[in-house]
Each structure stands twice: as structure tokens, then as C-alpha cells.
Design a protein around this ligand. Sequence first.
Ligand code: K1U
Ligand code: ZN
Length: 164
Amino acid sequence: MLLTILRFPDERLRIKASLVDCVDEAIRLLIDKMFFTMYAEEGIGLAATQVNVHRRVIVVDVSENRDQPIALVNPVITEASGVVSYEEGCLSVPDIRSSIRRSNQITLSGLDKDGKLITFEATGLLAVCLQHELDHLDGKLFTDYLSPIKRLRLREELKSRYKQ
Ligand code: K1U
Ligand code: ZN
């Protein structure tokens, strides 16, 4: 049930995910496995790209009690406003955190587990997490937003870690 999470700098994290044409049993099984993996790894979100499935599926749960799961298929941001900075982490880039600026309020549409179209607004951490997961589906990592100097420092840090 536990899926393997791809780790930076795995090039498969850069693959752009394709649209899901039908929310069938296989997609529902993938969603269940993604939730299991996200909770097991103590994440607040996970994109299918991170588990080497290149389809547009994400799961998130930013609630304190870990009891407000949201699964979205083919998610699209239709409106975005405001700016917020949040210290982000990523299950594909372990032990690295960095402050990233994103929209503070978004409107999102997508299909739920039953293939029903849903639209909702998100603010704060939920908005940040959803944007982070949508980026994964486009092959983008939060480290791509860092300044060249911060990215260089990160590369050095990861290089020394992999040497040990
Ligand atoms: O997509 C992922 O790699 C999961 C990632 C999502 C995320 C975290 C923070 C900001 C934006 C998106 C994580 O869940 S990493 C774990 C983590 O950083 C965290 C865990 C609990 C509360 C807050 C952050
Ligand atoms: Zn991530």
C-alpha cells in the first residue's frame, strides 16, 4: 500500500502529468494509496508525479486532526489573488525548507473521487499546499523558485549529504 516517493534530483519529477480521461477504479485505488503514503510520511499533500504516476491527481489534508482529506483529479486554478510567504517543505526534497511566495487565495476546480466536478476556494496553508501540488503535476519543484544563490547553496548541501 505504501508507495515509493521519488527524491530530488530524479528526472522523473520533471515529467508533465497528463489529464485523466475517466475517474475509474484504478484512479480511486491510486488515490487511496496516495493518502496512505501521505499520512505515513506525515505530509500535508502528495501529487501522483511524486509516486511516479504521471497523471493529474493530487491529495491534500492540512487539518490538525488529519481528518479532512481532499482528493482532486485534473485540478485547475481558475482565480488567484493576494500574496503569502510560507516555509515550504517537500517529501521529494527531504529536510530542506524554504520560504516561498505564492497566492494567498485561490479558486480551484477539479473532479472528486466520484468523477463529479467540484469548485472551491482555498486560503492560507491549504492554498499554498494546493499550488505546491499542482506545480508537481507540471514537473516543477518549490526549489525552482529560489534565487540562484540559494539554489547553489541547496545543491552544495545535497551534494555533501549524498557523499556521506
Ligand atoms: O508535496 C509534497 O511534497 C508534500 C509537502 C507539501 C507542502 C508542505 C509545506 C508547504 C507546502 C506544501 C509536505 O507535506 S512536506 C511536510 C511538511 O513540510 C509539513 C508537514 C506538516 C505541516 C506543515 C508542513
Ligand atoms: Zn512537494
